[in-house]
Design a protein around this ligand. Structure first.
Ligand code: F6R
Length: 606
């Protein structure tokens, strides 16, 4: 989504503000801008393009001042144009505002303001905010009251920051359903959509809640309720993440760095207390009905949870994509909803959890971002501890979520009696082999994966197929290829193929098949049948598999041979292989790996 930052200081802030918005660029990157207050008022500079390019073109560093706000945009209302970039100003340019979220009643507000002779420049919903504030100011209201009166008129979601010429020593900001965090420094305070905005400058932070606004000066801050202006006291929290964790550390891209960090993030997932995992398992087993949810990659992680809960605990717990959850699944009292989310800010998933809470269901979440809305909303939170994931494409966070869900399934198996303590011990031992397997694979097989990508990247249409646990893996692997390499890749259960899609098979359509271990007899045989069916129709098969015997099969057009691993963890090894393949597809095709077109790291709108 969009990234917002702000700094107010007793020293000049331009460089820091630019750095801050660069660190938020992964949230959205079609355009950006800054507003800095100087003796003439807020000076606004903005344009389309990545922050580094816009900063150079618009001479950001030549702006000087002690207070400023900045924005990096992921377009929702209005195309990618300089006029639609933030900050937006009121008619006389004395107020500058940046906004993340969607003002759903902006058309009505805009019509009313136009009738009152306000002049609009952009097509955005956000531009109504400075004009509304200006309208209240015209009536003689003090700035703070005008700011909060304007907020009360907004419907939808917003994180807003404002600077105004008449009060150069304060940043005003507000939050409703879009994240906003205040950072506390020495004679210098910060504002950001997430910690990355200011983690290089301070680790002390205050997380704002929905329905609150704040006034920040260089000496302090005050948080109040939008509804009645009453003060809110908050706990200052310490950010555990380190600024270095958010750097590329010698890797050409964050995506590659984060793929290589996976042995460590799996170890962190394995180190989560058994007590925390049991609390998730208890919720799933003890409730009237239980559901897993997430969206995009986290839906596929939830599906992995579904399959392991079936195999390890004998439970039937559906995973439902959060964007479709409420329309398909009325969860209520006695039910348990377990959500999965890297950012903890995803609109679709938060919507499910809020509604579940309203209907008195119990809620839980596996979340990566500390202090995120989801982490604070649900009854039970398990922090996955994967560290900052900067690449827009999720890799390490997703793998860690899957590991946590597998651990949950094993604990659920103990509760349902499907597993004995000895089984649990053996299974956890198998899971513990995963970091070593991944690190060996990455160190020893990366060149093979790169060569496979170079041979295959020119194929524009792919089917990614898998059965059982390899089905959600195929879906997640296909999503990675779409997102980062822009190749049309459809993930599908291998068994589903023959029920229609098989009509597409020809020599041009590439089929990548995730083959289970030979130990999973039935599944292995059935996957082989699907491969035979593809070959019988002149199709082309690339397999990701671990069978030394199958490696010699004439059915294969190309392949990636995985190291041997226990069936419990092999799907995750295959996933890592597919992540690396997507990465090399993208680099072979010259894609912008860390900032693929049209995407944003955390999608906080409907
Ligand atoms: C894919 C990806 C997205 C997210 C989805 C949910 O690489 O990153 O599909 O998984 O937008 O986001 P979170 O996990 O933040 O709730």
């Amino acid at each position: 989504m969009c990234g917002i930052s702000g700094i107010i200081s007793s020293n000049t802030i331009t460089k820091k503000l630019l750095n801050s918005i660069q660190n938020l660029e992964y949230r959205g990157y079609d355009s950006c801008g800054m507003a800095i207050i100087n003796s003439h008022g807020p000076v606004i500079r903005k344009n389309i393009g990545h922050v580094a390019d816009v900063a150079e073109k618009e001479l950001f560093l030549s702006m000087d001042g002690y207070v400023g706000i900045a924005h990096t945009r992921w377009a929702t209302h209005g195309g990618v144009t300089p006029a639609n970039a933030h900050p937006h100003a009121n008619c006389d340019g004395s107020i500058a505002v940046v906004h993340n979220g969607i003002i759903s009643n902006y058309l009505d507000l805009k019509q009313t303001l136009i009738k009152k002779r306000h002049h609009f420049i952009s097509e955005t919903d956000s531009e109504v905010i400075p004009h509304l504030i200006e309208e209240y100011r015209k009536g003689g209201m003090p700035l703070e009251s005008a700011f909060s009166a304007a907020l009360k008129e907004l419907e939808g979601s917003f994180a807003v920051a404002m600077v105004a010429y008449e009060e150069p020593g304060r940043i005003f900001c507000a939050k409703h359903e879009s994240p906003l965090i205040i950072g506390l420094g020495n004679n210098e305070n910060y504002l950001g959509s997430d910690f990355n905005a200011f983690i290089e400058y301070t680790k002390d932070a205050v997380v704002m809640d929905d329905g609150e606004y704040a006034i920040i000066s260089n000496e302090g801050y005050a948080i109040k309720r939008i509804g009645d202006g009453s003060p809110v006291l908050k706990k200052v929290m310490q950010i555990e993440w380190d600024a270095e964790m958010s750097k590329k550390g010698g890797f050409p891209h964050y995506m590659l760095k984060e793929i290589y960090e996976q042995p460590e993030t799996v170890n962190k997932a394995l180190a989560i207390s058994q007590e925390a995992i049991i609390s998730l398992a208890r919720g799933l087993v003890d409730s009237r009905r239980a559901f897993l949810t997430g969206v995009g990659t986290t839906f596929y992680a939830a599906q992995i949870g579904q399959y392991y809960l079936a195999s390890e605990a004998g439970l039937s717990i559906p995973a439902i994509s959060s964007d479709e959850f409420l329309e398909s699944t009325p969860a209520g009292e006695g039910d348990f909803v377990l959500a999965v989310s890297q950012s903890g800010e995803t609109y679709d998933t938060l919507r499910v959890l809020r509604e579940a809470k309203n209907r008195k269901a119990k809620t839980a979440a596996i979340v990566n971002v500390i202090g995120s809305t989801m982490a604070r909303l649900v009854d039970t939170t398990v922090m996955q501890g994967s560290g900052p994931e900067i690449c827009v494409i999720s890799t390490k966070a997703a793998l860690a979520q899957m590991v946590i869900l597998i651990r949950t399934a094993i604990e659920a198996g103990i509760i349902t009696g499907k597993l004995t303590p000895a089984d649990r011990k053996a299974k956890l031992k198998q899971l513990e082999t995963l970091p070593g397997l991944i690190s060996d694979f990455l160190n020893e097989h990366s060149a093979f994966v790169h060569n496979l990508a170079k041979r295959q990247a020119h194929h524009h249409n792919w089917l990614y197929l898998g059965r059982g646990k390899y089905y959600p893996i195929a879906l997640e692997a296909a999503l990675k290829v779409k997102e980062v390499a822009y190749l049309h890749t459809e993930g599908m259960p291998a068994g589903f193929l023959k029920h229609g899609t098989i009509a597409l098979i020809d020599e041009k359509l590439k089929c990548l098949v995730f083959v289970p271990t030979e130990k999973e007899h039935e599944l292995y045989k059935m996957t082989m049948s699907s491969i035979e069916e593809i070959k019988a129709r002149g199709g082309s098969v690339v397999a990701i598999h671990s069978s030394r015997a199958f490696a010699k099969s004439p059915l294969l057009d190309d392949q990636l041979l995985l190291p041997s691993a226990p069936p419990l963890v092999m799907p995750l090894v295959a996933l890592v292989a597919s992540q690396l393949l997507s990465y090399f597809f993208a680099t072979t095709l010259g894609r912008n790996v860390d900032k693929p077109r049209a995407l944003a790291k955390s999608v906080t709108v409907a």
